[in-house]
Write a protein that binds this ligand. Structure first.
Ligand code: HEC
Ligand code: HEC
Length: 194
């Protein structure tokens, strides 16, 4: 019985400690977490898709130079899936198979497409993306919990961290990103401009 009580106490302790820590996450710790989040949201594996109203996906970080837009005059259009010209799916097929061939069109287990225009991150500063990502009006209606949910479940995000085929990826892990977004949220989503 004593042993059981001890076990319960040991199990409960870390959870309680974690909660206490989250209640007291300082602004500085929140800003530091944000800077780590921005190293991901500014990475080409994310920004090549997170572009604005021009509807031009980018080809950064693939050896074509920093300004390279997608070749072959690809234009996502208002549909964001190229429905008005050549659909993304003509080349980016939907498939859960691993991406192994360098410079082949990447595929994931979801319809390849651009995010809504308000999720534009390409070319934006850390402060700009920070204020955008905490604002449900400009982040597709999300609070922190549902942002975390998206990060954990999106085939796009999973691919960004493990793109395969010799592509570079953010220098952190999806778990670390989820941890940092939770921390940033617990600190009250601070941005340097506040
Ligand atoms: C192939 C294009 C593509 C890539 C690459 C991509 N995203 Fe997205 N992203 C989307 C789309 C599309 C949405 C809109 C939500 C949906 O349809 O799943 C989205 C939405 C989001 C959202 C907002 C949540 C929401 O539901 O709107 C976050 C956060 C996000 N992406 C993070 C990332 C991160 C981090 C990376 C890089 C690791 C990344 N994305 C790479 C296409 C992409
Ligand atoms: C004619 C074929 C073709 C069509 C259509 C096409 N793509 Fe691509 N796409 C490619 C190829 C090939 C690559 C890989 C280029 C490389 O790695 O050198 C690519 C790469 C990309 C990348 C960069 C991925 C990375 O590694 O960061 C994005 C983003 C992208 N495409 C988005 C789109 C979107 C959005 C559409 C539809 C609006 C689309 N593509 C339509 C062939 C196509």
């Amino acid at each position: 019985m004593k042993y059981l009580t001890l076990c319960v106490a040991l199990l409960a302790a870390p959870a309680a400690a974690q909660e206490a820590a989250q209640d007291s996450v300082t602004r500085d710790a929140g800003l530091a977490a944000w800077e780590r989040i921005y190293t991901v949201t500014s990475h080409p594996r994310c920004t090549n898709c997170h572009v604005g109203a021009r509807g031009l996906p980018m080809w950064q970080g693939l050896g074509y130079g920093p300004e390279a837009v997608h070749g072959m005059k690809v234009q996502a259009g208002e549909s964001r899936i190229g429905a008005e010209s050549i659909p993304c799916a003509a080349c980016h097929v939907t498939s859960a198979a691993a991406n192994t061939t360098p410079h082949a069109p990447p595929h994931i287990d979801d319809a390849w497409r651009l995010p809504p225009v308000e999720l534009e991150w390409f070319g934006k500063t850390s402060a700009e993306v920070c204020t955008q990502l905490r604002d449900p009006e400009r982040n597709d209606g999300h609070d922190i919990a549902s942002l975390v949910d998206h990060l954990r479940n999106s085939a796009f995000v999973a691919w960004g961290f493990t793109p395969g085929a010799g592509r570079s990826a953010p220098k952190t892990t999806l778990d670390a990103l989820v941890h940092d977004v939770t921390l940033w949220g617990a600190a009250g989503t601070p941005c340097t401009t506040d």
